[in-house]
Design a protein around this ligand. Structure first.
Ligand code: GLC
Length: 420
């Protein structure tokens, strides 16, 4: 099987019927932004299945508009924290936080494959996406930029951006629990125990206030502005507005949100870092570390020469893709999850931004480096950006998806020619 065929087989193999698991074992449920990428991948060979993926995701939208980060379609004792810990009272059970709103951007990619065929599907999805974007403004953009109430909400779980906010969370009263992630992959590649105690404490707070999102923002132990989500949301608004206009919908509310978010960008620009930076909204303090969320700025037409220089500095310090943390900072750890590794799907997202910013040279470099990782080792969750060591779960859905949509494009053509 060539890599295209392998990638399609991974998507089919991780398909549980209407939704796709990120990988078997480690992540046995439906994850929000993974699903959006899965849909993008399916759109290269089965467009109706791509729309189904987004429909299944949006079907678990809460009445307040939130689209949860995990949907627990069926019980799996191999995962912690499961539905009993989150205890959100939803059917099917879900977690109580959200994840980066890439669904509108991925919906647009699918819609662009065949606008006519996609019109009815998009028309059904539009009000749900609109409601979710409204939720972000009502419950997460209360201080201007998009904020997160739990590091997992950022999708970049243990990246250094959240260290300052995590220090303020007292994890000492968490009680006994057994992690499952370290039973699937090497503990040195996963978050540490002190971090996990705090993660679970934050979940326990949500349960205590009955997942009242306004109370979680106002009284919870953790609240940080996330540049990554801020830019993804801005980009999502733009994509939603384009589709809305084509459908004849009124998009003035979306335009208003875009305006508000753009006005908030100076609040997350850290002049000392010469980059966008996460900020602890409980103390007003910047994170003070350059994380990959800053480079999502390219997605939202919000880059500038200083950020360009920082991007090249961190990128030139490694060999394969854009690292998830600054290789020149003391916290850099090339195999520990979001503290250094190169993530193929995140590279693909940044590539959309680079391409739209007219940086075709950088997009092509990123594509070549990402493809090299997959060609050498297969469809892993993430990789050591210096020596290519594959890390985390194997046969990963979004890695396969971005191979089909982006990383493998030229390479696949070459392979096909070679085979002919
Ligand atoms: C981890 C990642 C998150 C992803 C999930 C499933 O929690 O940090 O971004 O959605 O795994 O792949």
């Amino acid at each position: 099987m060539n890599l295209d065929q392998q990638a399609r087989a991974i998507l089919r193999g991780n398909d549980k019927g209407g939704y796709t698991v990120p990988t078997h074992g480690l992540y046995p449920y439906q994850w929000n932004w993974d699903s959006a990428f899965a849909a993008w991948g399916f759109s290269t060979f089965d467009v109706p299945r791509a729309w189904d993926e987004l429909d299944t995701l949006m079907a678990s939208q809460w009445s307040d508009g939130m689209v949860p980060h995990i949907i627990f379609h069926q019980d799996d004792p191999g995962y912690f924290p499961g539905p009993d810990v989150w205890n959100t009272g939803q059917t099917p059970p879900t977690s109580g936080i959200s994840q980066p709103p890439v669904a509108a951007t991925m919906a647009r990619q699918i819609w662009e494959v065949d606008r006519d065929a996609g019109e009815a599907r998009m028309r059904a999805l539009f009000p749900k996406l609109l409601k979710w974007h409204r939720w972000w403004h009502e419950f997460r953009c209360t201080h201007g930029p998009a904020a997160i109430t739990h590091p997992w909400e950022s999708g970049r779980d243990n990246c250094p951006d959240w260290d300052k906010g995590m220090e303020g969370v007292d994890g000492s009263g968490v009680g006994e629990y057994t992690r499952r992630d370290t039973g699937h992959v090497d503990a040195s590649m996963r978050p540490k125990k002190e971090e996990y105690d705090r993660y679970i404490t934050m979940v326990q707070f949500g349960v205590k206030v009955g997942w009242d999102q306004a109370r979680i923002v106002a009284e919870g132990p953790f609240l940080m502005a996330d540049p990554g989500i801020t830019f993804i949301l801005l980009r999502g608004h733009e994509d939603l507005a384009v589709m809305g206009r084509a459908l004849g919908e009124d998009v003035s509310e979306i335009e208003g949100w875009t305006h508000q978010l753009r006005n908030a960008l100076p609040l997350i620009w850290n002049p000392e870092l010469r980059a966008y930076d996460a900020k602890n909204l409980l103390t007003g303090e910047f994170a003070g570390v350059l994380g990959s969320g800053a480079f999502m700025a390219y997605l939202a037409d919000a880059s500038n020469p200083e950020l360009d220089a920082e991007l090249l500095r961190v990128w030139d310090a490694v060999n394969y893709g854009i690292p998830s943390a600054d290789p020149e900072a003391s916290i850099f750890d090339p195999r520990r999850y979001w503290r250094g590794p190169s993530w193929p799907f995140a590279n693909a997202l940044m590539a959309i931004g680079l391409r739209d910013a007219g940086r075709d040279d950088l997009e092509e470099r990123l594509r070549r480096e990402t493809a090299a990782l997959i060609e050498a080792h297969g469809f892993y969750e993430y990789f050591d950006p210096i020596d290519m060591t594959p890390c985390g779960g194997a046969d990963f859905t979004w890695t396969a998806a971005i191979w089909l949509t982006w990383a493998g494009k030229d390479v696949a053509e070459t392979h096909q020619k070679g085979a002919a």
